[in-house]
Design a protein. Sequence first.
Length: 264
Amino acid sequence: MVNFAYVIAGSEATGGAGIQADLRTFQQLGAYGVGTLTCIVSFDPKANWSHRFVPVEAQVVADQIEAATSAYDLDTVKIGMLGTPATIDVVADGLRQQQWRHIVVDPVLICKGQEPGAALDTDTALRRQILPLATVTTPNLFEARTLAGMEEISTVDDLIEAARRIAELGPRYVVVKGGVEFPGDDAVDVLFDGDDAEVLRAPKVGDARVAGAGCTLAAAITAELANGSEVPEAVRRAKEFTTAGIVARVGGNAPFDAVWQGGQ
Ligand code: PXL
């Protein structure tokens, strides 16, 4: 029997991040990937690889959710980049049509190609309409500062405080990711369950950000949950999977490397 893992996310045209990374992760972890596309990001190599962003029409997002959820009894979903308030409306509506065992929300806040005004609307809509539905959310340092309303996160206590504040927005579990920006030699993540915090560490692999790391972590949590793990075990395994993928990263002509999900 195969377990289904569903993802609602954007395409990143180089394949490093977004739904391409999510579906590779699902495949590696033995889950059958089902995907709904929300937007298309095409970096512009002529303009310093800046973001070009095109949303998929809201009705088409709704149609995809209808097709996917009608074809299979899905119960575990990852939410990646949504991109616009209109998309957030239809995704929130779609999610409310059925019960979910797990909703993993990677709170992708801004996309550089967007107007600042539009990005703020999108942040507000995500916080109000999507985060409260999450059983697990996985903000990076920037997203954690924004969602928790903290100017600085530079200690493990700060990571825990951020997680505590974000849990008050509704998610059952919060994973705050320190990443390469967080001081020290380790990539430190904190898993907060509403009461207690568990600190996860792995030695940093270099000091440059690797594309797709955040997408891969959230997708790996989703796949492990689809395969029956409890949240803490899913998060620990997902971190190991992602670290191995960063070690095995691929490089090309873009100025950033990307996670290879086959690293483990
Ligand atoms: O890594 C965040 C992310 C998620 N989803 C899409 C993206 C990006 C970053 O570029 O393009 C589609």
